[in-house]
Write a protein that binds this ligand. Structure first.
Ligand SMILES: [Ca+2]
Length: 313
């Protein structure tokens, strides 16, 4: 005889039990009554669930609502993130906004900025980028060279991130290459001569490493006298990448110029170790593909607010 176990609280309700031919008639009747009671129990449970479900759902929603409403209280009690204070890198020279004349037309810069006192050195570059592409190694205080314009921009971006993460660079400020106008304005330092040290090339040996005195190598930064605003090697040693694409200057007065939107060559300025002093004139400019790196071109870093100041009308 097959023993039929009745459904109970410890056993799932089986609705597909099939009786074998060995089951006697009494067993069948007993099972039939039990099955009917079981069906009735299921209907009661179903009705009870229908009543309880809306109540449970409403309670859950109220609980969630209370959770959301209490969240702002938790935020209000927490400490706000610390604000960054602007702390420029060491050896950055503050440059006050102003105007200089470029081929008879005033160029006005409406925002203050900082510019590196020295060309970026091989030691500085290696510490940030993990490599030194320079043609003249051997002294970490020599200017880095032979990196492309893109590499110089990557260095500036890395410095920006590092300083921002360190809480020394507020949002809205960035390290970058100087615009060509910023570079010349800082190089001239209020002068209108051929060089920031005057018109006499005979004085150049005190201020610049050029073909006349460099012995065709770069030299550690800062060995020569600075220009009137404290910038060393702004003439000579290595040429310096600027932000702008090259094009002929517009024959108009300009404000905060940044060059054309696109181009083929990027500008570099200031003369270098392998060119005569006349190439190191404040007004002189040169250009090269931004993907090229060459042993006489380096860069220095600028710092300013990243948003351009709109000139007053
Ligand atoms: Ca230079």
């Amino acid at each position: 005889m097959v023993q039929i176990r009745m459904p109970n609280a410890e056993m799932p309700i089986m609705t597909d039990v099939k009786l074998s031919d060995e089951v006697c008639n009494n067993d069948k009747a007993y099972f039939s009554r039990a099955h009917n009671r079981c069906s009735e129990l299921r209907r009661k449970i179903s009705r009870l669930w229908g009543i309880l479900m809306p109540i449970l759902t409403l309670s859950f929603q109220l609980g969630c609502d209370r959770g959301i409403s209490s969240h702002p209280k938790e935020l209000a009690g927490s400490s706000p993130p610390p604000k960054s204070e602007l702390v420029p890198l060491t050896n950055m020279v503050f440059i006050k906004a102003g105007t200089f004349v470029r081929i008879k037309h005033p160029v006005t810069l409406t925002r203050d900025f900082w510019l590196g006192k020295y060309e970026v050195t091989q030691g500085e570059y290696s510490a940030v980028m993990g490599k030194n592409p320079s043609h003249f190694p051997g002294d970490p205080n020599r200017p880095v060279e032979k990196m492309s314009w893109f590499d110089a921009v990557r260095y500036c971006s890395a410095i920006t991130k590092h300083e921002r993460d360190g809480g020394r660079l507020p949002s809205g400020y960035e390290y970058r290459l100087p615009s060509e106008a910023e570079w010349e304005y800082a190089c001239r330092a209020g002068t209108t001569n051929l060089f920031s040290f005057g018109d006499a090339a005979t004085a150049a040996d005190q201020y610049a490493w050029t073909a006349e005195n460099s012995q065709a190598i770069t030299h550690p930064v800062g060995q020569k006298r600075p220009n009137p605003w404290g910038l060393h090697d702004i003439h000579g040693n290595v040429w310096e990448w600027c932000l702008d694409w090259f094009e002929k200057y517009p024959a108009v007065d300009v404000t905060d110029p940044t060059g054309p939107a696109t181009g083929k060559f990027k500008v570099f300025r200031g003369g270098g170790l392998n060119n005569d002093i006349e190439y190191a004139r404040s007004a002189n400019r040169f250009m090269m593909s931004p993907s090229n790196g060459i042993y006489f071109v380096g860069f220095r870093v600028a710092l300013s607010e990243s948003k351009r100041v709109q000139p007053e009308r």
